[in-house]
Design a protein around this ligand. Sequence first.
Ligand code: HEM
Length: 406
Amino acid sequence: MDKSEFEFDLFDPQQTQNMWDKMQRMRQECPVAQPAEGFFYTSRYQDTQRVFRDSRTFSCEGGFRAAGVVIPDDELFLAEMDAPLHPRLRKLLLKSFNPGMAKGAESFTQSYIEQLLSALKSKGGGDIVGEVSARVPLAVTGHVLGIPLSDIAELSAQFFALLHTDWPAYGVKDREHPDVGRDIAGSAPELAEYFDRMIDARRSGKVQNDDLVSQMVQADIEGDQLSTERIRSLAINFLSAGLSTTNLISNLYYRMIESDDFARTLRDDPDLIPVAVDESLRFEPPVLFLFRTAMHDAEIADTAIKPGDRLVTGIASANRDESVFERANEFRLNAADPEHLAFGAGPHLCLGNHMARMEGRVAVEEFFRQFAPGQVQLEPSYKYHLMPHFLEYGPERLDVVVRADA
Ligand code: HEM
């Protein structure tokens, strides 16, 4: 077999978002492909799940940062932590991130989406990605954290500005230019101050609430409280991790608007809405793959892995593994499947999975409440383009026309 056939540029969205046929061939012919020197892409379900689950062999270290960058311990995101810190923090956070959190946020989510869809309706249409699906996750995660909706627009601007600084890649103060802040407080001082005020108000008892920031303030790990930097970083971690929900909502909306049959099936049987949410996550996962680093020698599907090798967990391919999912290359609403890998697996399984599922379901339910069948149509000149991001999958825009009520 000529393995070079399966080389691809992991950082080029044109390639990573359009390789369903290549993935199918990889699963059959080359289950561990080498897209580039030092990178190993697992295309089958079992292998991908194993890499996610075995966090001792396949570490999160390095995460999405530039090579060699060491992040201050208190500013690490969960998905870049290993044991022993990760399981300790995770155990504590799981007390909050449970189905009850999603249930508690449901009525806020309903009324917020209703408000966004109704605004779209009164204008006769617009870009449903920018005006609805991209706005839901920040507002809902913000609500859970204890951020009032009236602060969200301002805070979102600061948050997106932070994502466009050097901070995601470097996350530390530049040692050669110590005046140039690249940690969170240096990169986004107003955002850091906002969270620090929230945290102080809860520490001092000025604000007494049961929101997530309050829960983190009250939590302790073996008698030690979480530091202000840790709570602030985790809050920003939750806001940014939740952003993938935009793609989930947009993918569902696109399918509903584009296919009358699909929309009718869900309208006629609302019990199928949660099924459609999970099928969307399987069939077109918002996150296409993630990275790990091998800590020890290992073997996956007869391929030798050496310490330092980078593993690419092929979520999108694993979710269409024909040996696991019936009619894997179709969008189905009637299959009894094992769990898809859209939320990862094992010790780092998405903490927000209950929240994401609730947001996806409510987005569909509210759409049906707001609009009659066929009332929302794609603009005649609309062209489908995916978000130009190498590991994301969802439309960049969805320009729609909303007809006046009959
Ligand atoms: C459809 C939407 C979402 C998708 C597809 C998604 C996907 C994922 C995936 C694949 C991981 C595993 C990361 C890894 O193994 O390296 C993950 C982790 C995580 N997700 Fe999500 N996520 C979504 C929504 C959310 C939401 C709404 C939140 C929070 C409100 C959230 C919070 C997190 C956190 C905190 C982690 C890190 C968990 C850990 O490392 O222990 N996610 N997510």
